[in-house]
Design a binder for this molecule. Structure first.
Ligand code: FAD
Length: 479
């Protein structure tokens, strides 16, 4: 009997196994011990389990045979799969390749141990086929995102105009990345979704089974079906895409979402596909600067980071600056935060506990920046992001956290560390009452100390020349 294993992160409306006539049964595994491996935010567990149960219900309604391991079976993924393979006399198993190492190898090993033949389908979470992305990285020992992005645009024809980029420019940064003006910009609220019976059931189970995990399950806020995800995307395109580019890097103390799409939680588990996101964004009459800025994130940055993860497995273990500070309990519990935690860090941390989400510039320039300035061990930081964020998986965390944000690779993914003092944060987010408060903040102090501490390693980096010169001037003036 041929069965298909539908992994938690592959809740596609159209999974290729659904049209494989030989497949007789569909397997879903909700592994409670897997969800207990780290203190995952409860919204992340609710999202994955509820999405799986909705897919299973849809298949059953279509008359398909579904076999499930549920949370209350309390089985590891391996034990769950073994039970399904044995109980249902499987001779061949098909599944879609998982982007995270070493999931495919593990499944293949379990199948081999049980004399089950395998069929691995190519990964549908991305636009670029595995061999193409691997080929590009093999040809580019110094892989620059901008080159990758041009290749993607040319290869796919997205936002291209007869061989040339639409609008005759690849990049509209000059028009983008502004701070929010103090008044006059209205930020449309996110859609409010009601929980259906399935999600209500999952919320109750998650509360019961994972009492020590962060997040309030009943405040879960995301779509869990492809249809609702599609509506959610359409609302973004209609209401927020217009201003996405302009305020992409802006921050605001009382606004967690601004003009961001909030699609990564769904995109990373197949509820949305890259193809439909790009089609929706390029069909509008939003300004080209915004559309291009957004498309660059989705077909550029996202696919580039996945390629980086595939091509450079060593990124998982690097620690170029040899940072060892351990993450304290309050980062996971959200309780008893130190009183002197700078206001942007405290605000974004509270936000992450509430939503399991913060937008890109808050991840990079508030949380990541603070972690790096304070000297936290990169793998500890990576594990924290993995646990707390609803959209976090190894393939995307490792290059973003270890590489881009924590400079643990010594400058491979990003050519300089993303660090700043209070002035940049104040400019983009008005976090403190005044510019002077920002200048006097712990952030600014930590920034200069960081440059001083790592002067030797950073001295050769031409992008930091000015900052290091300022630091030395400041140090000389103090002596
Ligand atoms: P938008 O700002 O609306 O952008 C649209 C889409 O572009 C995103 O949904 C995402 O799919 C894609 N995208 C943009 N930048 C990146 C990037 N650098 N890498 C991958 N995709 C990108 N992204 C995740 O999907 N999961 C993570 O766990 C994650 N952790 C991050 C941790 C750090 C320290 C940093 C600096 C970045 C991280 N990112 C992660 C990338 C990015 O911050 C998020 O994809 C984005 O904030 C998701 O929110 P959104 O859907 O509102 O994105």
């Amino acid at each position: 009997m041929k069965a298909a294993l539908i992994l938690a992160t592959q809740q596609f409306a159209e999974h290729p196994a659904y049209v494989d006539d030989e497949v007789e049964e569909f397997f879903f595994i909700e592994s409670a011990p897997r969800f207990a491996k780290l203190p995952y935010h409860r919204h992340k567990i609710v999202l994955l389990v509820s999405a799986m149960r909705h897919t299973a219900a849809r298949l059953e309604a279509e008359g398909r045979t579904v076999r499930r391991i549920t949370l209350d079976d309390d089985l590891t993924f391996k034990a769950g799969l073994e039970r399904l393979l044995k109980k249902h006399h499987v001779s061949r198993l098909t599944w879609m390749s998982d982007p995270n190492r070493p999931v495919d190898e593990r499944i293949a090993r379990i199948c081999a141990d049980h004399d089950v033949d395998t069929d691995v389908l190519s990964d549908g979470l991305f636009l670029t086929p595995e061999e193409d992305v691997d080929g590009w990285f093999a040809e580019h020992p110094t892989p620059l995102m901008e080159d990758f992005y041009h290749w993607q645009r040319r290869r796919t024809g997205i936002l291209m105009d007869g061989g040339k980029p639409a609008g005759r420019r690849w990049n509209f940064d000059a028009e983008n990345r502004k701070a929010l003006p103090k008044k006059g910009v209205e930020i449309p609220p996110l859609p409010q979704l009601a929980h259906d019976e399935i999600t209500r059931g999952v919320i109750a189970e998650v509360d019961e089974l994972f009492p020590g995990h962060p997040g309030a399950a009943e405040e879960f806020w995301l779509p869990v079906t492809p249809e609702d995800s599609r509506d959610w995307l359409d609302v973004f395109v209609a209401e927020r895409l217009h201003d996405f580019g302009r305020y992409e890097d802006a921050m605001k103390a009382d606004e967690p979402f601004l003009f961001h799409a909030i699609i990564s939680p769904m995109l990373n588990i197949g509820l949305l596909t890259v193809e439909e996101v790009v089609a929706a964004a390029t069909r509008t009459d939003a300004p080209l600067a915004s559309v291009e800025g957004f498309v660059r994130q989705v077909i550029g940055w996202r696919e580039y980071m996945r390629g980086m993860y595939r091509a450079h497995p060593k990124l998982e273990h690097v620690n170029a600056l040899q940072l060892e500070q351990r993450i304290q309990k309050y980062w996971y519990s959200g309780e008893r935060m130190p009183k002197d935690l700078p206001i942007p860090v405290r605000t974004v941390l509270e936000r992450v506990h509430r939503w399991g989400y913060a937008h890109h510039i808050e991840r990079l320039m508030v949380l990541g920046n603070w972690f790096l300035l304070q000297g936290y061990a990169p793998r500890q930081v990576n594990a924290w992001f993995l646990a707390l964020f609803v959209d976090a998986y190894d393939w995307v965390m490792v290059p973003n956290v270890m590489g881009m944000s924590q400079f643990a690779d010594g400058g491979f993914v990003a050519t300089k560390p993303y660090v700043s003092g209070g002035a940049y944060l104040q400019k983009m987010g008005s976090w403190w009452p005044s510019a002077q408060d920002a200048k006097d903040s712990a952030f600014t102090e930590a920034y200069w100390e960081f440059l001083e501490r790592h002067e030797d390693v950073l001295a050769g980096n031409h992008r930091l020349g000015l900052a290091l010169a300022q630091m030395r001037k400041r140090r000389d003036a103090k002596e």
